[in-house]
Ligand binder design. Structure first.
Ligand code: SF4
Length: 118
């Protein structure tokens, strides 16, 4: 069976949109419940090195679904398009959720809801 992963993307960690949540607690809460096969935090997936990270990661064809919690999902799709194309990762295997301005609890719930519906 394929693997599911979660990436948290937080605009270099300096954007006020992510200051109400404890990003490590968001990840740890989901890890404790084994919600995903793997989780990671990246400071800026839409920067050049973020694109490289996505490309390298998604060349792994064992990944069935890659969830990204960060900014607006439509923005995510546009910004990750080139990386997914280069790694031949089908776009529909990416599902995003906007967690900006959420608290830790709210972000955890939003991510769990995303997984339930995708
Ligand atoms: S992909 Fe979205 S959340 Fe991540 S750094 Fe870029 S704008 Fe911020």
């Amino acid at each position: 069976m394929g693997k599911t992963g979660l990436l948290l993307c937080v605009c270099q960690g300096t954007c006020p949109s992510f200051h109400k949540m404890d990003v490590f607690e968001v990840l740890n809460a989901l890890r404790r419940e084994n919600t995903f096969d793997f989780v990671a935090l990246h400071p800026q997936l839409c920067a050049d090195d973020g694109e490289e990270y996505l490309k390298t990661l998604t060349k792994n064809h064992e990944i069935d679904k890659l969830y990204v919690a960060g900014c607006d999902p439509k923005m995510q799709s546009k910004m990750y398009r080139d990386a997914f194309e280069e790694s031949e990762f089908p776009r529909e295997k990416h599902a995003g959720v906007d967690i900006r301005n959420m608290t830790t609890k709210e972000a955890i719930k939003a991510i769990k809801d995303l997984k339930k519906t995708n």
